[in-house]
Design a protein around this ligand. Structure first.
Ligand code: NAD
Ligand code: GLY
Length: 387
């Protein structure tokens, strides 16, 4: 499978929400240089017939003088009065403390329901800012300008926002869809290698859960992806967003079980991130190790063969992602299981896992013997992973 010929430098993917939510549908613009169109995009979405005249950008120090400044220039060129708030860089910013500080700053700036809040940055800035936008004054118009691969392929789309507690990742949050997403692939040029690879874990996830052909394309084109070939990156972002949009459209609030497929590897991953300490493992690294565990669990249950586990391992490794977490080597598996019991897919503390059934297809599986999960964790974290 080859990527479609790149005939122009931008694509638009519509997230068409259903029924009563149709008026909350929005467009994800993906391309090279599209950040300059942010102001025009915001003007295209008046709130309660009031044209945008004011915006507050939220960004962290890594993007402040580069991509946040470019966003600000676009807004100002469109006649939108703009102020900028900064947050800490990294996972520790998804905290009650940072959320409370932003709420206070918005109050101080007298933000109102026609003030557009624009998150410029990675998944951390997007999740935190989206949560603050969802909750301040019972909801402010919100925009996502993702500048990491993780945010462009996943977190900026779909409306999940939130912060972490010591007890677990993303335990406090809200569904709050953006009015639009502007994903400029040029912003990825400044992204450090480790962060770039972290985003690729979610890309592999889409192949495993929804699209065997895309998985095959990634296997064949891993080298171009790692070299950040512009056409390959554009295709990776576009295909990932299209796959995610399709799921979100059909199960916006994760009620039917469909959207849960996007959490493949995440029950393990969230427990790894919480237990290791937020920021020790990057989210994508934890997801890669979590998918390695989930695939092995599926194999132990007889759902898939060793060949699929091996293909997933090989692809993750070729994209520079880990299969094991040396930092958790001395963590008792029971401790991880206790954190997993607080996962949002758990019901009354009983674990549900998204597990592969074949390449490109997963199912939600409950009633798994915790001792089997413990065994997989011990094999995966503490020793070589026998496939
Ligand atoms: P991140 O937001 O911490 O960004 C990674 C690092 O890169 C940060 O230090 C940031 O300052 C820096 N950075 C951002 N853009 C840059 C750029 N263009 N150039 C240079 N540096 C840049 O991490 P992330 O991987 O983007 O996001 C991880 C978070 O996203 C996790 O909290 C995860 O739970 C969340 N997430 C949410 C969803 C969702 O659906 N809401 C989906 C996936 C992940
Ligand atoms: N990243 C999982 C979801 O958006 O549902």
């Amino acid at each position: 499978m080859t990527p479609p010929t790149v005939s122009s430098s931008s694509r638009s993917i519509r997230v068409r929400l259903a029924g009563d939510a149709a008026d909350r549908s929005y467009t994800v613009v993906i391309g090279s240089g599209v950040l300059g169109g942010l102001g025009a995009a915001i003007h295209s979405r008046p709130t309660d017939s009031v044209n945008a005249s004011r915006a507050i950008i939220v960004a962290d120090s890594a993007v402040l003088v580069s991509h946040a400044a470019a966003a600000e220039a676009s807004l100002q060129a469109a006649g939108i009065d703009t102020q900028t708030l900064t947050v800490l860089a990294g996972e520790s910013a998804k905290s009650v403390t940072e959320a409370a500080r932003l709420w206070s700053e918005l109050a101080h700036l007298a933000a109102d329901r026609h003030t557009h809040i624009v998150a410029v940055g990675g998944g951390v800035v997007g999740d935190l800012t989206g949560f603050v936008a969802a909750t301040f004054a019972r909801g402010l118009p919100f925009w996502q300008v993702p500048t990491t691969l993780m945010a462009q392929v996943d977190s900026a789309v779909g409306g999940k926002t939130g912060i972490n507690l010591d007890a677990g990742k993303n335990l406090v949050g809200a569904f709050w869809q953006p009015l639009g997403v502007v994903a400029d692939v040029n912003t990825l040029a400044t992204l450090p290698e480790r962060e770039f690879k972290s985003g690729l874990a979610e890309v592999v996830k889409y192949g495993m859960i929804l699209d065997a052909q895309f998985f095959g394309w990634l296997e064949t084109n891993a080298h171009s992806v790692m070299a950040r070939d512009p056409a390959a990156i554009l295709y990776v972002v576009e295909r990932s967003v299209a796959l995610k949009a399709d799921v979100v459209e059909r199960d916006e609030h994760e009620r039917s079980g469909l959207r849960a497929v996007l959490n493949y590897g995440h029950t393990f991953a969230h427990a790894f991130e919480t237990t290791a300490g937020y920021g020790v493992l990057l989210h994508g690294e934890a997801v890669a190790i979590g998918m390695a565990c989930a695939a092995r669990l599926a194999m132990e249950l007889g759902h898939i063969g060793a060949d699929i586990v091996a293909r997933q391992d090989r692809l993750l490794e070729s994209l520079g992602l880990p299969l094991r977490a040396p930092c958790l080597r001395h963590t008792p598996a029971e401790k991880l299981l206790a954190v997993m019991a607080r996962d949002k897919k758990a019901v009354a503390g009983r674990l549900n896992f998204v597990l592969p059934e074949r390449l490109g297809h997963v199912g939600l599986v409950g009633g798994i013997d915790p001792s089997l999960v413990c065994r997989v964790l011990m094999q995966s974290l503490l020793s070589d992973c026998p496939a």
